[in-house]
Design a protein around this ligand. Structure first.
Ligand code: FES
Length: 144
């Protein structure tokens, strides 16, 4: 192989490697940014819960249709509940609610969130997306 051919081959390979590195870097930059991926599937129609049979005691929770709804007080008023997206703001894995510590954990990379949805440990850079709820009779609906 002549010197010119060798350098052309080397330069071409180096360009391909650099392109792969730039693509990866862009992906990692975007992982921590707030985006539409925080919106759970089914968010346009919300989610309903029957309060006659579900969420009867304080700290009961339901993970359903991309939301986590927690009863925080007695009484069937909107102020007695909080609702969050179960989609982790880091890279979109499903967040779990831990009743024992009243906090959220994303097992994918270890992010944790307080009971108010605030970020307590990364790699996520923002808290969970919170939603309002409305109650009609004994039906709770997440307003998404
Ligand atoms: S997806 Fe990475 S911490 Fe949740």
């Amino acid at each position: 192989m002549k010197r010119d051919e060798f350098l052309t081959t080397l330069t071409g390979s180096f360009s391909a490697v650099c392109l792969a590195c730039m693509t990866t870097a862009c992906s990692e930059d975007q992982m921590g940014a707030p985006s539409a991926m925080n919106t759970p599937a089914g968010a346009t129609s919300g989610s309903t819960i029957n309060l006659e049979t579900e969420l009867k005691a304080v700290n009961n929770f339901i993970a359903k249709n991309g939301f986590i709804v927690i009863r925080t007080a007695t009484g069937n008023t909107a102020a007695s509940f909080v609702a969050f997206s179960s989609v982790c703001p880091h890279a979109g894995a499903t967040v779990e609610y831990k009743e024992s510590s009243s906090s959220f954990l994303c097992a994918a990379h270890g992010s944790t969130f307080s009971s108010s949805g605030a970020l307590t440990q990364g790699p996520a850079t923002v808290g969970l997306t919170k939603y309002d709820v409305e109650i009609t009779g004994l039906t709770l609906r997440v307003k998404a």
